[in-house]
Design a protein around this ligand. Structure first.
Ligand SMILES: [Fe+2]
Ligand SMILES: [Fe+2]
Length: 539
């Protein structure tokens, strides 16, 4: 073997090695095909090449002209489809699985086809010879066809259409047929691997989306919260990636962003485990209970109008005491414990008294904070009774009603609050059962720690500052930001950005949120990027 041939083979081996390394890491199909096409052209010193990909449309097989390159000319490119049958050169090779090596284009007659010169004529090009190779996958099925044209004696030589067909054109060798066949098969196998990977990703994406949808359906009022929290979190993490100062040493990788995105989507998934009566509770009492109270106040009104004599003096005084708290205080004081006057007053004002009573209960029911005077009112109201249909005296407010109405802040009583505050525990329990890949194995913790506070007073674990992961801190900011600014909650108006920012800054002062992250979120207006992120890259 000549020294020149040895050198040539060594170069081929070197090239094949580097192709192998590159192929094994390539997960983008477009890049994979472009790369393999160019490498096959270089290996065979071809002037041009194309790849056709097999497609099934309405159960019929086609090949689509998908990628093309040419060293000597630039051709206009647009995709088109041809039947996968013997009616075209590429179709023939794909259909039969045969490698077709045409030393000259007249040789296509061997397979009963005439080379169509229209393309060459229109583009002032001259196709002199051609190697057509089927791309076969692991099980030998054709997934596409590679077509190489015009093998040259020097890859870098620019062909002149008019005269170069004999001068610089060389025939494709048997060795090259095998080489290209082997490389295109590798490519086909990788494509199948990529397709499989994409299918798995798609499967997982739809699985996560359907989990989030089922949460949204349980509580339609907060629908969209999980997706927005995921979005705001990614916006902030991307700002971190480009920030200097305290974030200079923090490297935000693609995998970090993915894990954060999943954690954002799933952070409240544990709410699936919270009873509906608690999850959907908007006020201190349920809608059914407040409706029942309205009815009871009506009954009380008729009691006072028509059956006032059945109430003792003390009971009448109780009702008046409550009423004096809400209205006509002076008039009542003037009665000075005169039973007759009291009964008369009660009868004349039955409607007013009971409607005021119900209005006050309704106000307490829906207010976020219970002022002291209302606490006092509830103490008085606790003793009011009405006469049931059976003529029995029944307390207007049950022990449960009183417990719920007496909640100082918010709408949930102690037990309900505990159940609600345990949702991150359920989030963790649900997510830890998923077989996360290595780069996503932090998702359960990142998601579950979103209500932890740096001061250690968060819930449900009460973690200390150094126990709260960086990306959970991001999630905590995004969660609060969306809860305050969400426009779709009928029971709670959305706050302005300014007001929301000032609340976030209060949270920093209370050592609940990370000060550097809140500063970055606010200074860089990370929240404005919500609709600018390419979410498809995060799956
Ligand atoms: Fe939460
Ligand atoms: Fe949340």
């Amino acid at each position: 073997m000549s020294q020149h041939r040895i050198q040539e083979l060594e170069l081929i081996i070197e090239r094949l090695n580097s192709i192998g390394i590159h192929l094994s890491t390539q997960t983008n199909s477009d890049e994979l095909f472009s790369f393999i096409l160019e490498e096959c052209m270089k290996l065979t010193k071809s002037d041009g090449g194309s790849i056709y990909i097999k497609k099934i449309v309405d159960k019929k097989a086609f090949i689509e002209f998908s990628y093309t390159k040419n060293s000597s000319k630039t051709f206009p490119f647009s995709k088109f489809m041809m039947p996968l049958d013997k009616s075209s050169l590429a179709g023939y090779s794909g259909y039969t699985g045969e490698i077709c090596n045409f030393e000259s284009m007249e040789m296509t007659e061997r397979i009963g086809l005439t080379h169509n010169k229209k393309f060459d004529e229109e583009n002032d090009y001259n196709t002199c010879n051609m190697l057509v190779v089927p791309m076969k996958n692991f099980s030998g099925q054709v997934i596409g066809v590679m077509q190489l044209i015009n093998k040259k004696d020097d890859y870098n030589y620019i062909l002149d259409a008019a005269k170069d067909c004999t001068e610089h054109i060389k025939p494709y060798t048997r060795e090259e047929e095998e080489l290209i066949s082997s490389l295109t098969s590798q490519c086909a196998i990788l494509l199948e691997r990529n397709t499989l990977l994409n299918d798995i990703r798609k499967l997982f994406k739809t699985f996560i989306e359907s989990l989030v949808t089922s949460l949204d359906q349980r509580d339609p009022v907060t629908a969209g919260h999980s997706s927005r929290v995921a979005g705001y979190s990614v916006c902030l993490a991307k700002k971190v990636a480009n920030a200097k100062g305290p974030f200079e040493d923090i490297e935000v990788t693609e995998n970090d962003l993915k894990a954060l995105y999943y954690a954002g989507l799933l952070h409240d998934i544990g709410k699936i485990g919270v009873k509906e009566s608690v999850l959907l509770k908007r006020n201190r009492l349920t809608d059914a209970t407040i409706d029942a109270l309205r009815h009871k106040c009506q009954v009380l009104k008729y009691n006072l109008l028509y059956e006032a004599n059945q109430f003792t003096k003390d009971e009448i005084a109780d009702i008046l005491d409550t009423f004096s708290f809400i209205s006509h205080k002076e008039a009542l004081l003037m009665m000075n414990d005169n039973e007759k006057k009291m009964r008369k007053f009660i009868k004349e004002n039955a409607s007013l008294i009971t409607s005021k009573l119900f209005e006050t209960l309704e106000t307490i029911n829906s207010s976020g904070f219970l002022p002291e005077e209302n606490e006092h009112f509830l103490k008085l109201a606790a003793s009011i009774e009405y006469l049931s249909d059976e003529g029995e005296k029944v307390k207007l407010l049950s022990q449960d009603d009183l417990k719920n109405l007496n909640v100082k802040r918010g709408n949930l009583n102690g037990e309900e609050r505990k159940m609600m505050n345990n949702h991150p525990l359920y989030t963790f329990d649900v997510l830890k059962e998923i077989a996360w890949t290595e780069h996503l194995n932090q998702v359960p913790k990142l998601a579950a720690y979103h209500h932890e506070k740096l001061c250690g007073k968060g819930y449900p674990w009460g973690l200390k500052e150094d126990e709260i992961p960086f990306y959970s801190r991001i999630l905590a900011i995004a969660d609060i930001f969306d809860a305050l600014t969400a426009k779709d909650r009928p029971y709670k108006p959305a706050l302005s950005i300014e007001k929301t920012i000032s609340i976030l800054q209060e949270e920093v002062k209370a050592n609940n949120l990370d000060s550097d992250l809140v500063k970055l979120f606010v200074d860089e207006k990370a929240y404005e990027d919500l609709n600018k992120i390419d979410y498809s890259s995060l799956y």
